[in-house]
Design a protein. Sequence first.
Length: 268
Amino acid sequence: MSRITRTFERLARERRCALILFVTAGDPAPRHTVGIMHALAKGGADVIELGIPFSDPMADGPVIQRSSDRALKNGVTLRDVLAVVGEFRKGDGETPVVLMGYANPIERMGHAKFVKDAQAAGVDGVLIIDYPPEESTEWLQALRGGSIDPIFLLSPTSTEERIDLVARVAKGYIYYVSLKGVTGATTIDTREVEAMIARIRKHTKVPVGVGFGIRDGATAKLVSRVADAVVVGTRIVQELADAKDPVARAGEVAAEFRRAMDDAQVHA
């Protein structure tokens, strides 16, 4: 059983929604990333999504695009990202870490080498935007038998056939993109989210996390009442870019979201 599955099972027993927080490895500076990850975990993150810097992050809005640009200018590579996870694991053996990014760096490294090195570093899941399930046979074969969960996206436009396909191959959790467009969009309709999650749950028991458009505790609180996880990225990345002390700020923002979500569970 993966760390991700154990985490969701524990939270289900506690009747709590998972908080998944995204940061880009190497942003705002490589020296901060491990400390930021520890601060997020201590602040209340149940899962950390660690972005692999890439030159053409097509699914991301301007805030996360700029974070990737900064990391690349800092010389951060996929090997550096894996090294960051390994360093984080020296102090935290429990918090799941999911790598999120694009196929090109993994293709350059090679599937087998990536999976071997990611497992050794302590990676728990991977969400690669341009590995859709329809075109992921080799990717899934590389992951099969290992301890790394393949995570896939669904969106408001996903058909029943697409939902069923993702449900059959996804492990760990399914990431539901609550809005059409790129990361950083701001308008979310929780009634539509609830209806879509109900559709997804007809096909699978894998937990469903909701991301895009969650920028404050109030929205996270509403979404946490209907989802298994709340995913926050753009708000965290922007806060870190503006902070004098990114590590301290990471913990503060994580705690803000955790308090709001726990309040929703108390008053459910």
